[in-house]
Each structure stands twice: as structure tokens, then as C-alpha cells.
Design a protein around this ligand. Sequence first.
Ligand code: SIN
Length: 328
Amino acid sequence: MPTLALIATGGTIAGSGPQHHYTAGVLDASVLLAAVPELAALAAWQVEQPFSIDSRDMQPAHWLDLAARIRQLQVDPSVDGIVITHGTDTLEETAFALHLLVETTKPVVLTAAMRPASARSADGPLNLLHAACTALDPLAALHGVLVTADASVIHAADLLKAHTHKTDALRCIEGRGLAGQIMADTVRWQTAAPQRLGLPELLALSAGVQLPRVDVLSAHAGASADLIDFCVTAGARGLVLALTGHGSIPADWRTALDRARSAGVQVVRASRISAGGVWPGCNEDDEACGCIAAGPHTPQQARVLLMLALAALPDITRSRLAGLFSPD
Ligand code: SIN
């Protein structure tokens, strides 16, 4: 019988209590497994619960800790695949960080739930079963880090939480295809994995490395440029701008952005619109500000990439950084 490692980190999938007043992350991993008797027939389980939190409290240090543990399990001959339970709220960030930080020589599948385990119609048990089926699929490792929810399999780099309360909240960024769908506990693969960065310096980032401060600033009518100066003074090494449209920089922000860049802060232009991306070569005025186009990345993904890249390659040039955001 194959062995799956379960790394339980909390979230609503491990939540209990009244539907709108439950507490995330209070259930032991053994309770999640016991809720789905089929799991014991599919695999032997090696369970660990390094922390159990509401994912709004997830810290960048947790990404590095998880990546380090996954790397250990990847070389443990007694383990065939890795399943991670997590809250949905920041799953996009953890999934994208792991996409950048680990190679999947064995399947790595994250899952979550929108309803607590105590709900009348909890979605966690089926999502966990589907994560196990995916982690046992011989093709899963070729797809990189994956997420299962609502009978869908999503590549970690394509994940977006797109609804505040429905059980199909975890979706693909518009324009990307599902990795697969799960029918009768079997994955029907659909779309090849997106290109991986595979940067050795990122794959070598170890637990305990201090990640630099990178702030996300959202543009809106009348947004104050003071916030840019504030972040720089507070020690930000990078800024991600969640701008309007195709990453349009407000005229009022330009002088503060010049100051930020002169202080050595790397600035990435992303969009607050979740589809389409922000691409180089599309707006001369905005590019004259010397900011890096986020390419296909959402602001939250761009922040993860910028933090990890600045930690792994502290002296990286702006042009090399730009190439990481918009690879050819
Ligand atoms: C969390 O992200 O931990 C709480 C919300 C959820 O899992 O849906």
C-alpha cells in the first residue's frame, strides 16, 4: 500500500463551530482523516501538524518551513506523495510560493474547504479524498504543485480565490485551464503544467532565511502617494502596485516612485484586475517610471515572487528581475 504524508496546517477544513462563527484550525489532523473512511483503504498515512492556524495569519516564514519539509519528504523513500491541508484565504500565496520553492519529484497536493468540518454539508472531506486520489495519480508529479477543491485540480501558479463564500471559490485565473477534473475519484487530466521558473537559487532557499519586506499598494481614485514614502521609510525592499487597468501609474505617484527607486526599492506594476496581466512593451509612459511589469502574475503572486527573488538573489539587477516576471 502506498504511503501519503499529510501536513495539516489548519484552515476552515479543520474548523469547527456554528457556520458563521466557527473557529478555523481547531481540529486535529486525525479527525480530518477519520471523517473519510476511504482514505485508510487508499494509503497508509504519515501525519504531521506543524502548526494549525487560520490562514489569514500565515507568515512568509511558513512558506519556507513547508518547502523545507516537502524537500525532506521528497527524498524519503517511505513516502509516495504529499497532501497539505490549508485555509483558503491565503492558499494562493502558499501554493505559489511552493510552486517556486520546490521541485515535485513526488506529487504535492494542497487542499482546503470553504465550510467547517462541523457544517451540515462540509466540503472538506471530499476535497481531502480528491487530494489523496490526485497525490496517488502517477501523472501528478509532472504537473508541479497542485490544488484540489470542488472536484477540480488546479496548477498552483494558476490559483485564484474568486468568491468569498461559495464552495467553488478556488478557481483558475481567467484564461488558464484546469489541470484536471476529478470524476469517480479519478483525475481526468486536461491541461499541461505552466512553465516553471526552476531557479536554483529559489529551490535552495532554506527555512529561517529572513525574507525582505515587500508591500502591496492598491490604486484607487485619489490614492495618496504618501503611502509609497511610508513603506520605503518602514524598510520595504520592494513594492507591488495593484494598479488600475493595464498597470497605469497615477500621475501623483510618479515622484514618490522615483524616490523609492532611487532608494534601491524594486517596484512591480501589477493590476487590481485579476485577468489579463500587465505586460512590458505596452505603455511607454508607465514604463518610463522604471517599474517592472508583473507579467501574468496577480499582485499577491508578484509579492511572493519579489520577496523570494530578493532573498535568494539580493544583488539581482532590475532587468534580470523583469525577466523573472515576464519570461519569454
Ligand atoms: C482560512 O483561510 O484559514 C479560513 C478560511 C478558509 O479556510 O476558507
